[in-house]
Design a protein around this ligand. Structure first.
Ligand code: 9PG
Length: 667
């Protein structure tokens, strides 16, 4: 695939637009553009500088290209922020606009207020970057590089074979010569394409590692207390689950915005809780929405001048949340007193209360519109830099944030919406709320934003749930959520009270340790069915995710497989069924005469075994460090061998075919 430049356009406030038909430097009486294109391997980078004789304010800018539609199988659309649905759309799909009846409550969560959705089939828009899935193995990638100056968004019309790369320049005051736009595009294998884009973005790489943890939100919501938090922390410790983080979510504060006024459910103060969490061996974390204040908060009441207002001087309602007694507003973080206040908040949370991780949420609230001559993207970037300055070298988990603005500025970042206690949130789905709590969207984002992790931050896919109480998810749905999080996520959290687990649930939880990173992942997508091949420690796996509402059948490749969910051997070249909303994982047993035929233990069957070898008449298995479950191991050995001792204890021959299967249980 190739792009053919058609035209570009700059619009300046109160002036006629200037269009140009070739990528050469041009000028008129109020501005001039210097355009440079450079080829870097398979990528080209287009850089455009703007200079002006007199200061002016930009209102729109784009470059338009034509492309050949015959090769296009799908278009990746990156949603506006963490929670927004993001996936590869097929040309017969569309992205629908938020329904007007919920606009007053949710408009600032999304791009609804400043992006005009067409809602038509084959028309997609993507924030920051996009790529085309093609009939060939390479993808065609387009990404914005100077995202700190202004957001990039790409608008694609697959039916017409046209695309426009926009900068969201609205409100940008230009006084001197500066970079206006920098785009990076080219045809490349997926991994390389992302790699080159991240190199062009040039943000700091995260220094944290994949880790597991607990958060209070998806079980207790705002009904938390010191007692509940510590009871859960002790239960996790007693169960021997190797979690790193223990994070207190929304609900400790008197009112949203009054972060330093702790409510009476934490009678001994927050430092006491953080210290206890530390004593139990976890890193304590605390949730805050630093830019938000609820209407009834003391901050909003006492400092109306700190609140963000629209052009007419009216306070902006950022959203509505019944758990925060209704409407909430945003703080203007450019206001010097707001900065002093937020610094004091973080200083207290970190130095007086001893939290080492902060989950910073609803961050989009910093930049609902351009102001002070700055674009939304620039304000968002400055907000993120300000937060990093406040938090210093403690850890940040970003949430509700445009992702590229968070790149290199947070350690972990939510890349999907909240999970829900049912598969989807039907009414909000019907109203086209793209940021709604939804397991369908959560798993979709977890898979489709996988390439971002370990670049500017580590991906947080939101929690998994295994418990029976207080949710309406089926066993299969819970497993799909767990498997997606473990395969693609780097912050593996739950909110379950593990003291209430039965043996099976505990085994599921323990099955994720040690956390293992799949390698050489190849993801094939249709609309809501995913087939993923990958390796863990050189063992081969296939996983299927069926996020659709009907059963899917797929043909397995040749070979012998072990079904991790059912714990049985499965012949290849047969039809495999994946029920609606479920996932399965198949371990490829391979042709080796002595091989692990499967395990019921680790979530990636057989990945808990580093080595298998024969010493005299005894089979030896080396297990991975950090294993907390006690797997049942199935071992394939040639029929002529009479071996039944494994790691010093007896194994049972359970199956004979043209080889034997031994069953052995780790003690
Ligand atoms: C705490 C939660 C959790 C969760 C976050 C975020 O009102 N609303 O529409 C709404 C949307 C999202 C939301 C909460 C409320 O979730 O993603 O993990 O921290 O805040 O309030």
């Amino acid at each position: 695939m190739q792009l053919k430049f058609i035209q570009g356009c700059v619009r300046v406030k109160d002036r006629k637009e200037m269009t140009f038909k070739s990528l050469e430097s041009i000028s008129n009486d109020y501005c001039s553009l210097q355009i440079a294109t450079a080829q870097k391997g398979n990528f080209s980078q287009v850089d455009m500088e703007i200079s002006v004789p007199h200061p002016l304010e930009l209102s729109s800018f784009y470059l338009e290209y034509a492309f050949d539609t015959s090769q296009v199988k799908g278009v990746f659309a990156n949603g506006f922020q963490s929670w927004t649905d993001s996936r590869v759309f097929t040309p017969d799909e569309k992205i629908s606009k938020l329904h007007p009846i919920i606009r007053p409550m949710c408009q600032y969560y999304s791009d609804d207020r400043f992006y005009a959705y067409s809602g038509k089939k084959g028309q997609f828009h993507s924030w920051g970057y996009t790529y085309f899935k093609l009939t060939q193995p390479e993808i065609f990638f387009i990404g914005g590089v100077n995202e700190d100056d202004a957001y990039t968004y790409v608008e694609v019309d697959v039916n017409r074979g046209m695309l426009r790369i926009y900068k969201d320049v609205e409100g940008w005051c230009i006084e001197e010569k500066q970079l206006l736009a920098s785009f990076h595009m080219g045809l490349e294998r997926e991994l390389k394409a992302f790699h080159h884009y991240f190199a062009a973005l040039d943000r700091d790489y995260p220094t944290v590692e994949q880790a597991a943890g607990w958060t209070s939100w998806y079980h207790y919501y705002t009904n938390i207390s010191e007692e509940i938090i510590l009871k859960n922390a002790r239960a996790v410790k007693d169960a021997g689950l190797p979690l790193t983080y223990f994070q207190i979510d929304d609900g400790f504060q008197e009112k949203t915005g009054d972060w330093l006024k702790v409510n009476n459910k934490f009678p001994n103060g927050m430092a006491k809780v953080a210290d206890e969490i530390k004593a139990l061996g976890f890193v304590p974390g605390l949730w805050l929405a630093p830019f938000l204040v609820s209407k009834k908060s003391e901050i909003a009441q006492k400092h109306p001048d700190w609140l963000l207002k629209d052009g007419a001087g009216k306070v902006i309602k950022m959203g509505y949340n019944p758990m925060w007694d209704g409407w909430f507003y945003a703080l203007d973080f450019y206001h010097s007193e707001v900065r002093v206040y937020l610094k004091e908040v973080f200083n207290t949370v970190i130095n007086d209360w001893h939290f080492d991780l902060v989950k910073l949420d609803f961050l989009f609230g910093a930049a609902p519109m351009p102001r002070n001559g700055k674009t939304r993207g620039k304000i968002m970037a400055e907000a993120m830099m300000f937060l990093r300055e406040c938090v210093g070298d403690k850890l940040i988990l970003g949430c509700g944030v445009p992702l590229i603005s968070a790149f290199g500025r947070v350690d972990y970042c939510r890349i999907g919406p909240d999970i829900h206690l049912k598969w989807d949130f039907a009414i909000l789905k019907w109203l086209n709320n793209r940021e709604r709590p939804s397991n369908f969207n959560a798993i979709g984002n977890t898979i489709n934003r996988r390439q971002l992790s370990h670049q500017g931050f580590l991906n947080d896919p939101d929690v998994f749930i295994l418990r029976k109480e207080h949710n309406k998810l089926t066993k299969g749905e819970k497993y799909a959520l767990l498997l997606a999080n473990v395969m693609f996520g780097d912050l593996i959290f739950t909110s379950d009270d593990v003291a209430m687990y039965d043996g099976e649930m505990m085994a599921h939880f323990k099955s994720i340790f040690p956390l293992q990173k799949p390698q050489n992942m190849k993801v094939e997508t249709g609309q809501s069915f995913y087939r993923i091949s990958f390796q863990v420690k050189e063992r081969q796996y296939i996983a299927f995710f069926n996020l659709s509402d009907s059963l899917k059948r797929v043909k397995l490749p040749a070979g012998l497989y072990f079904d991790g969910t059912g714990g049985v051997l499965v012949e290849g070249n047969t039809m495999w069924e994946v029920p609606a909303h479920e996932a399965s994982i198949l371990y490829h047993v391979g042709l080796n005469p002595f091989a692990i035929a499967g395990t019921v233990g680790h979530i990636f069957p057989a990945a808990e075994i580093d080595n298998i070898y024969l010493v005299d008449e005894e089979l030896r298995l080396d297990f991975s460090e950090g294993l907390v479950c006690k797997p049942t191991v199935y071992i394939k050995i040639p029929n002529e061998y009479d071996i039944n001792i494994v790691n010093g204890s007896r194994a049972e021959v359970i199956q004979k075919r043209d080889f034997k299967i031994l069953k052995w249980v780790k003690r």
